[in-house]
Write a protein that binds this ligand. Structure first.
Ligand code: UD1
Length: 364
């Protein structure tokens, strides 16, 4: 029987692993699996709530590494993961996304001679100041199987000299989760709890160190959000890093900006999917808004997900406050109903099936 060890660590990993776990469970006659949580994220609101919302089983093993500098965090995951691998001896280690846990576990597995499969391979921002870009480049060099979300990712990998036989274009696994959870999310009472009407508000998420760790940059972004909040309520569920910085820098939030703690998957899906506009520096949300046709402004200078601009509703607006405000006003003034553009290929809710099928066929 094939044995698969799935790794998660941080919030954006949970929605990527969920459909893969479910698909493997469906094929439990042929495959066994174990879920390892590195503990990179550990708060109820950053981790545990997602297990409930996404119907994930509790992790079989939790490495409980917690927060730290990049070196500390990566090293702690490596130290804790090595004995797990030695004991478990899986046929495949499946890692998802681009967080520190993804790299740490891929590196340990590759050195111990275990096969590594990387889900969401091939994304590139071409910006090596992003820690995630370093993680992506290295994990893709180490992986034995690279599951890509689309053709641009395949092209990036080929350009880096990855053997095309290792690349399998499976589509976007996060969209499997989005489709699978829409109905449950519609039962969320978040709009009623916040007294919001559908399409009557904007949603903001910010957590990139490049946006929130520098006082001047954060000040400018918050100023732009304050101007947008004169038009409509701006709902801002803030990552712990961002909450800390806002307090540390002593910002007084403009009227109209409503700061919330991080939300669970279902409440957050309900919230952004009913919003008029999303402003974000998240990678995943650029894709999710594209899938549902919600206008999205990305407060970054680059994106590893250009397909959301080419095929979707995403606009890269950078961090200049004037540009953020003018693009937001443009999006808000655009009241014409738009036909939803065709979804990028393979954003069809079946990526996890293709992943598990390929894991099986590459094990023969
Ligand atoms: C990590 C990922 C990033 C991803 C993000 C999603 C890396 C390099 N970065 O960034 O790609 O977009 O997760 O959230 O892996 N904290 C808590 N509770 C938690 C977790 C974190 O309070 O459960 C606080 C701690 O102060 C911690 C800080 O958030 O120091 C940053 O956490 P960390 O895991 O280092 O990176 P993220 O910014 O969350």
């Amino acid at each position: 029987m094939l044995k698969i060890l799935n790794v998660v660590g941080a919030r954006p990993n949970f929605m990527k692993i969920a459909p893969i776990l479910a698909e493997i469970a469906r094929r439990s006659d042929d495959i066994s699996q174990i879920l390892v949580h590195t503990g990179q994220h550990y708060d109820e609101s950053m981790s545990r709530r997602f297990f409930g919302d996404l119907g994930l089983p509790p992790p079989g093993i939790n490495l409980e590494v917690g927060s730290g500098s990049h070196a500390e965090q990566t090293a702690r995951v490596m130290l804790a993961f090595e004995p797990v691998l030695v004991e478990q001896r899986p046929d495949w280690v499946v890692v998802v996304g681009d967080v520190n846990s993804t790299l740490a576990c891929a590196l340990v597995a590759a050195k111990l001679g275990h096969r590594v499969a990387h889900v969401e391979a091939g994304l590139r921002s071409f910006d090596r100041t992003m820690p995630e870009e370093i993680n992506r480049l290295l994990v893709d060099q180490l992986a034995d199987l690279l599951f890509t979300p689309g053709a641009d990712a395949d092209e990036n990998l080929r350009r880096e000299g990855i053997d095309p036989a290792k690349i399998v274009c499976v589509g976007n696994v996060m969209i499997d989760t989005l489709r699978g959870q829409m109905e449950r999310a519609s039962a969320s009472r978040i709009l009623e709890d916040l007294s919001l009407s559908p399409r009557g508000f904007a949603v903001v998420t910010l957590h990139r160190p490049s946006n929130v760790d520098d006082k001047t940059t954060l000040d400018q972004i918050m100023g732009a959000l304050g101007t947008i909040a004169e038009r409509l309520p701006v709902i801002f569920p803030a990552h712990p890093r961002t909450q800390t910085r806002l307090q540390e820098f002593g910002f007084n939030l403009s009227a109209g900006i409503r700061l919330l703690p991080p939300l669970g998957y279902l409440d957050f899906l309900r919230l952004w999917s009913q919003s008029r506009l999303v402003l974000t520096d998240s990678g995943g949300l650029q894709e999710e808004t594209t899938a549902l046709g919600i206008p999205c402004l990305t407060l970054r200078e680059n994106t590893e997900r250009p397909i959301t601009i080419k095929h979707g509703t995403n606009r890269l607006v950078g961090r200049d406050p004037k540009r953020i405000v003018s693009e937001a006003i443009r999006a808000l003034d655009d009241d014409q109903p738009h036909a939803l553009p065709p979804l990028p290929p393979l954003w069809d809710g079946h990526a996890a099936e293709r992943i598990v099928e390929a894991l099986i066929s590459h094990s023969l």
